[in-house]
Ligand binder design. Structure first.
Ligand SMILES: *[C@@H]1O[C@H](CO)[C@@H](O)[C@H](O)[C@H]1NC(C)=O
Ligand SMILES: *[C@@H]1O[C@H](CO)[C@@H](O)[C@H](O)[C@H]1NC(C)=O
Ligand SMILES: *[C@@H]1O[C@H](CO)[C@@H](O)[C@H](O)[C@H]1NC(C)=O
Length: 262
């Protein structure tokens, strides 16, 4: 049964138009120049922008100098005579571009099951503002007030000095990253309708207010935090955001694929 499925997949792959154009059916496997992988940050002429960081060994990890390290292994390998290559992976659910669920910092929410599978896809998908934050401060109440984000805006991606400093492209974790101070988080909760808060490094909260800022956001259970977004080289403005976390039951965080559509 598995073999049949596998052969079916192979057939589908060969029949797909992109492959068919360079590999006539029945031909030998392609020459080396056919086998160049194309990796993209944008699709469809720039209409779709990928704001997810790719997982790789040098991705920074919270508090570490070592980066993510090796996270992917072949458990079955064709070179060893297996019918297919099959990999396994292992990493913290708070690595790379990811979401936090309320159970991340509240034990009673964790026990009650407020995991990533319970996050609202209606909040994770919809119109969003991408805004630039003044580069000389963390996100305080004063900074939040100065942004004049109108009521009714429910998703905001905050681009900070972290993007300019390319912190997500450096293996060593940088504790001086920009994030929310507790009063900034409280100002957002009290004075805006924002339900999705996106940021461009591993934590939405500045290191000095790491726990207090997270608590303010997660306590009400209706705000979703998206961390480590890739916001390089994108115009600030209004987009349609689409974020899909994995349905990991019992997990207080999950990798998420996020895209912007113009
Ligand atoms: C393949 O075989 C080699 C040699 O026996 C072994 O060291 C390696 O772990 C195997 N790899 C996989 C993915 O099975
Ligand atoms: C299958 O695994 C081998 C290592 O055993 C690797 O060299 C090869 O690139 C893999 N093939 C694919 C399609 O990933
Ligand atoms: C933001 O706060 C961190 C400490 O959490 C600090 O190291 C950094 O210098 C601050 N950044 C700015 C731009 O003020």
């Amino acid at each position: 049964m598995i073999l049949i499925l596998f052969l079916l997949l192979l057939t589908l792959h060969i029949a797909s138009p992109a492959v068919a154009s360079t590999h006539p059916v029945g031909a030998d496997s392609g020459s080396a120049e056919d086998l160049v992988v194309v990796r993209r940050e944008e699709y469809d002429g720039g209409r779709i922008i990928d704001i997810t960081h790719a997982y790789h060994e040098d991705l920074p990890m919270g508090g570490s100098d070592e980066g993510l390290g090796r996270f992917l292994w072949l458990t079955q390998s064709m070179k060893n005579g297996s019918l297919a290559n099959v990999s396994e992976m292992k990493f913290s659910v708070h690595s790379g571009t990811h979401v936090d669920a309320p159970g991340h910092l509240f034990q009673h929410y964790f026990d009650a099951g407020f995991d990533v599978d319970a996050l609202d896809l209606g909040v994770l998908n919809g119109p969003t503002l991408l805004v630039d934050i003044p580069r000389d401060k963390n996100i305080t109440a004063e900074v939040m007030e100065s942004l004049h984000i109108p009521r009714g805006v429910s998703r905001v991606l905050f681009r900070t000095l972290n993007t300019d400093r390319k912190l997500m492209w450096k293996k060593e974790f940088d504790f001086s990253f920009v994030g929310f101070m507790e009063d900034g988080a409280q100002w957002l909760v009290d004075n805006t309708d924002i339900k999705l808060v996106g940021i461009d490094y591993l934590s939405v909260a500045a290191f000095d207010d790491l726990i207090p800022s997270h608590l303010v956001f997660l306590e009400r259970r209706d705000i979703i935090i998206v961390e480590s977004l890739k916001l390089d080289n994108i115009m600030a403005g209004l987009y349609s955001l689409h974020c899909l976390p994995l349905r990991l039951r019992g997990a207080e965080g999950s990798p998420v694929r996020c895209i912007l559509i113009k």
